[in-house]
Ligand binder design. Structure first.
Ligand code: K7E
Ligand code: CUA
Length: 621
């Protein structure tokens, strides 16, 4: 067996510092690009009237949003607000999205994941999780809007997710930060006994568009970093990396890198599902909690070089590849060998009651491309070849998981985290394109001061790898998925919903209804006016009393693609949007007396500037 090759953390700090002195790397690349400009330019040029071949959905990190790009042009098309307020779309202001946000104002969106059918992206839904405030969300790909958000209890920072199983049965949300169950106060001196690394199994009810927690698993108090679901022969299984199996409670930078190895958690979700059906769980604050030290047979540990980061399952479902941020190697493990080790009880002891599989029995090969440092994440092409990002040596390395042979490498600017291949997480990736999601742009774009955007670089992988386009991106793409454009079927306008009691489609049905101190406005927006009460002397005026509780239900009756109206009340800090055909509600207390103009925020017609009204609040007494 090969020895682990751990890098001392001092040396690591040196390498990290080194990545920010690679200044002339990009200068060289630019010159190269200039000399072969024609063909590369043609490859990324999408003439007006034509469209990109792929959608790229990039995580927006601590912006809380998702960014949509076209590939190969690398043009940004859209921002979808998910976990953070967004005044451009009124997200987090209207009643529905405000409720979804659950009182939080921001999120840290890491890994977006498309819904899958038979291991292929089906283009219907997109899932994402929030490390900042422990939530999961689902986005509807007919409208590119967030439809549901769930807060996951006991799991603090579900960084690992979202990776869905082959038919979107589950997404697993293991915790990044161990906390006591219920997140109650508990001294850190009792960390090993009373803290847990709870993983939530989340399901999606497509009919009701609701996320639910099916069950939870009280794993040991370690940090769970990345995960991936099995495919084909390994479809009932999932894997996730751990660090801080030292159970350090302070200065993790040093203390969580003591031991030579951490683990990959390998679990069979069909087994866990069975345990729940058989009642083998404990009720913890209404959650079905499986304790693996009591319920054996669903979870195993696989030793891996210390502090691994990414773990990725090959498209054929045969291997899982762990990358070690502190080691220069990728380790290829075999599912088949792991299943055999489970069957033969080929264990090397246990930790916290969970059996540890023998490393030698499960490991297929250790892959160590020369001078490549800081492997983080791996993607695949149509031939099953692997592409691993090297954070420290700032490159993407192409290699063969079946032989371990290095096939190609290309420098990127700089320090890539993830990369994403076309249809890269499916059972049949497309090849052709890979986008490196780089943490540091440095000198790539016009300077905007001391801090720069992140950078996405498009790599043509159809032959020898070549970076052919670059696009700045807002913080911070931790992952992205790329889907064939024709798989996504958006709607042009919201269909009429006669059952929606808040909707009004005819001018004469508009009205203002008062019940005590509650005021309900049933209004419409159309080019180029608001009508709140068609029968009133001034149909575009809302008059209430100070202290009234106001609901404004607004329907956009322009059933015409792209004719969106906004609705803002000047100095009331309110703004919502109604897309074509959509009905939206805003709810607030009129706690300021005075005269406040209402206006449409979305430029909708030549007379958009005339699309105004007044909100009059009569003072008390
Ligand atoms: Cu490596 Cu959050 Cu996927 Cu960032 S994570 S890089
Ligand atoms: Cu409606 Cu501008």
């Amino acid at each position: 067996m090969k020895k682990w090759i751990p890098i001392a953390s001092g040396l690591l700090a040196g390498f990290i510092a080194a990545t920010i002195t690679f200044a002339d790397f990009s200068a060289k690349t630019n010159t190269e690009a200039a000399s072969s400009n024609k063909s590369d330019a043609e490859k990324v040029y999408v003439p007006f009237g034509q469209k990109d071949d792929y959608y790229l959905f990039a995580s927006g990190g601590h912006s809380g949003q998702m960014f949509i790009y076209g590939v190969p042009s690398m043009r940004k098309i859209r921002t979808i607000p998910v976990f953070s307020q967004d005044s451009a779309t009124g997200y987090g202001f209207d009643e529905h999205s405000k409720k979804l946000m659950g009182g939080y104002t921001w999120g840290d969106l890491h890994h977006p994941a498309f819904s899958e059918t038979k291991g292929d992206y089906d283009g219907k839904w997109m899932f994402a999780t929030d490390v900042g405030n422990s939530r999961a969300a689902v986005v509807d790909l007919e409208t590119f809007t967030t439809k549901d958000i769930i807060k996951v209890p006991n799991t603090a920072g579900p960084h690992c997710a979202a990776f869905v199983t082959e038919n979107t049965e589950y997404m697993f949300l293991p915790t990044r930060f161990a906390v006591p169950v219920g997140q109650k106060y508990e001294s850190l001196d009792n960390y090993s006994q009373n803290y847990r690394g709870v993983m939530s199994a989340v399901t999606f009810d497509e009919k009701n568009v609701k996320l639910n927690i099916a069950y939870q698993v009280a794993l040991p108090p370690w940090s769970y970093d990345l995960s991936d679901a099995g495919k084909k022969g390994s479809a009932d299984w999932a894997v996730m990396t751990t660090y801080n199996t030292e159970e350090a409670t302070t200065t993790l930078e040093v203390n969580a890198s003591q031991a030579d190895r951490d683990y990959i958690v390998l679990f069979n979700w069909k087994e866990l599902e069975k345990m729940v059906k058989e009642g083998k769980y404990e009720d913890v604050d209404g959650q079905k909690m499986i304790y693996p030290e009591k319920q054996k047979g669903g979870i195993y540990l696989v030793p891996v070089a210390k502090s691994p980061h990414g773990v990725d399952v090959t498209p054929d479902g045969k291997y899982f590849i762990a990358s070690g941020k502190l080691a220069p190697a990728m380790t290829v493990f075999s599912f088949e060998k792991a299943f055999k080790a489970v069957e033969n009880k080929d264990f090397a002891g246990e930790r916290n009651g969970i059996p540890i599989l023998n490393y030698k029995s499960v490991m297929e090969r250790e892959v160590n491309p020369e001078n490549a440092l800081g492997p983080l994440h791996t993607q695949f092409d149509d031939k099953g070849m692997a592409y691993t990002t090297m954070f420290i040596s700032s490159e993407v390395v192409k290699w063969d998981p079946n032989t371990g042979k290095t096939l190609d490498r290309v420098p990127v600017q700089y320090s890539p985290g993830h990369s994403v291949a076309a249809e890269g997480d499916t059972v049949s990736p497309d090849g052709h394109w890979l986008v490196a999601l780089n943490k540091i742009a440095k000198d790539s774009y016009l300077s905007v001061g001391p801090s720069h955007p992140e950078s996405m670089q498009l790599i043509d992988i159809s032959g020898k790898m070549k970076v052919i386009q670059s696009a700045p991106v807002d913080p911070e793409p931790h992952y992205a998925q790329m889907i064939k454009a024709d798989k996504i079927k958006t709607i042009n306008v919201y269909p009429k919903d006669e059952k929606n009691k808040d909707a009004v489609y005819k001018q004469n049905d508009t009205k203002i209804v008062r019940k005590g101190n509650e005021v309900h406005v049933y209004g419409i927006a159309m080019r180029s006016r608001f009508i709140f009460d068609a029968k009133a002397k001034r149909p575009d005026v809302i008059e209430v009393n100070e202290g009234d509780h106001v609901f404004i239900h607004l329907t956009n009756i322009d059933f015409d693609e792209d004719i969106t109206h906004g609705f803002a009340i000047n100095s009331y800090d309110l703004n919502i949007e109604v897309q074509p055909g959509q009905t939206n509600t805003i709810e607030f207390t009129a706690d300021k007396a005075g005269t406040f103009p209402i206006y449409c925020t979305n430029f909708c017609s030549a007379l958009h500037q005339e699309m105004n009204g007044y909100f009059l609040v009569k003072p008390k007494q």
